[in-house]
Design a protein around this ligand. Sequence first.
Ligand SMILES: O=C(O)CCCC[C@@H]1SC[C@@H]2NC(=O)N[C@@H]21
Length: 280
Amino acid sequence: MPIVPDPAPSADASAALARLHAGAEALWQAIGPAWPDLSVEVVPAIDSTNAELMRRARAGRTEPVVLAALQQHAGRGRLGRPWVTVPGASLALSIGCRLAPADWSGLSLAVGLAAAQALDPAVRLKWPNDLWWEGRKLGGILIETASAGTAAERARYCVIGLGVNLATPALPADAPPDAVAPTGLDKLARAQGRQPWDLGDALAALGTAVLRALPAFERAGFAPLVAQYDARDALRGRPVRLSDGSEGVADGVDPDGALRLRTASGWRAVRQGEVSVRPC
Ligand SMILES: O=C(O)CCCC[C@@H]1SC[C@@H]2NC(=O)N[C@@H]21
């Protein structure tokens, strides 16, 4: 595994790593009985936790695993964008497991919902897979899949990557002028008068919530979750612009997870893929 050794970890990095290990233990205690063959791994640094689990899957290793890293050197975001993980200030974890739902659509919304519910009642969801608070990005989800077994089998190995800002990151120097600065769980906790999150607690809470949500998604898909999604939908009723140039007003999500868009020429169901959505 391309784990990058840290030649001289600082005291802060060692403390953060210890918190991740404590979170991994708490996660395993909470979820182990439901996932007896699950392993939970923590590494100090890696290229990307998603890339690592995809490599393993392609090599035939399709057992369930949670992999958390203090630092990623080549973190991957959606639509081929890079994802920055600041050691100790952001959580990077990937969950890999075999899944065989009748319909995959809506998986990233189901995962986002589980993550939002694990974090705070104030966390909102920006279709298709961002965690938001007060109109700013708190975290994101990247789902990738690889074949798991024979072509006749419906199961695929699914890698669910979650990146969440514990501390509010600065906007990168090369960000476009209209970029909206991201936010972090530190600001949210202060504003809500709650205890600040630490890395280990976030790992345990998010990993547990997502792993608990997966069997239900596999059985019933996204449809039973639409009402809960609606309650956290950050875009509903807002004018939005898609990366393909079209505009409309977001009007909730369909039972298959498509974004419903009211446009000048009628309704459109926007499916996930190579499209991004911004409020305008
Ligand atoms: O909003 C996005 O674009 C999705 C970001 C997903 C980032 C996480 S961090 C853990 C996992 N490993 C990666 O390389 N990416 C995901």
